[in-house]
Design a protein around this ligand. Structure first.
Ligand code: MG
Length: 270
């Protein structure tokens, strides 16, 4: 399948009201804006549309992203983020209201859960186990998590990513921990919340108030960002400014609706 790059022949972009934006590889690389990304964000807003920054990474709180964007001269509000952590809290309130939760996660995530009224507990007999990207993981916490999973507690994971890219290479993300826990406890999560899965989309629709045909996902990864759109019937745009090359796209089973070199080329078509 061939793709025309930097084109929107059927005027699909005109109908979009909410852009759900991946960050790394789509808007910035490390600490640097991708050329034109700031103008793209401004153009969305000046056209009366909205955007939300989307991330699966549940190791960092939204405050970390707000500070990072601020250091790059962009002011972002807390409600402009769609994270796997927020989607998990939303899911817990819907499916397990009032439940006590054992959290395998960083202390900043624990604070976010507590702030949102989730009953996080480290003692006793919790109702539910939530596994997140825990960069403060201790052997003791891992043992408790495995015990609870082995006992058959409802088991929720915030996202499926196997590795997390950093400036110096890959570090093992929650997907790797899910495999470790499965080896010991013999179970995988009952549900995984983050992209490309359905719950993250249900949360996005519920929190934003937009209909599925008013939303467009933009990202640089085929198997997460584009799959997220495809699996859930949402328009998707691949940008070639991150980890995916045009050759990767041609070899892939994932098919974005539109393809652009970067978000900069989208601006004149908004
Ligand atoms: Mg990305």
């Amino acid at each position: 399948m061939a793709y025309s790059i930097n084109q929107d022949q059927n005027g699909k972009l005109k109908k979009v009201k909410l852009f759900a934006l991946d960050m790394d590889g789509t808007l910035y690389l490390g600490n640097r804006w991708i050329l034109g990304a700031e103008d793209f964000l401004a153009a969305i807003k000046s056209g009366g549309r909205r955007y939300t920054f989307m991330t699966n990474n549940s190791s960092r709180g939204i405050g970390t992203y707000i500070s990072k964007l601020e250091s790059m001269n962009l002011r972002a509000a807390e409600d402009e983020f769609t994270t796997s952590a927020k989607a998990t809290i939303w899911y817990l309130n819907r499916e397990h209201p009032g439940a006590s939760v054992f959290l395998m996660g960083n202390s900043s995530l624990k604070e976010e859960f507590l702030k949102e009224g989730i009953n996080v507990t480290e003692e006793g007999d919790p109702d539910v186990v939530v596994a997140a990207f825990d960069t403060e993981l201790t052997y003791k916490k891992l043992c408790v998590t495995c015990d609870l999973v082995r006992e058959g507690k409802p088991y929720i994971a915030t996202h499926p990513d196997i590795n997390c890219p950093t400036e110096t290479g890959f570090i093992p993300d929650l997907g790797s921990m899910i495999e470790l826990i499965a080896s010991s406890a013999g179970r995988r999560p009952d549900i995984i919340i983050g992209k490309p899965n359905r719950t993250m989309m249900e949360y996005l629709i519920s929190a934003s108030g937009y209909a599925p045909d008013e939303i467009c996902v933009i990202g640089d990864r085929l198997y997460t960002d584009i799959a997220f759109g495809e699996k859930n019937g949402i328009m998707s745009i691949l940008v070639l400014s991150g980890e995916t090359s045009y050759e990767d796209l041609l070899a892939s089973d994932n098919h974005p609706d539109l393809v652009f070199d970067s978000v900069r080329e989208i601006i004149p078509l908004l």
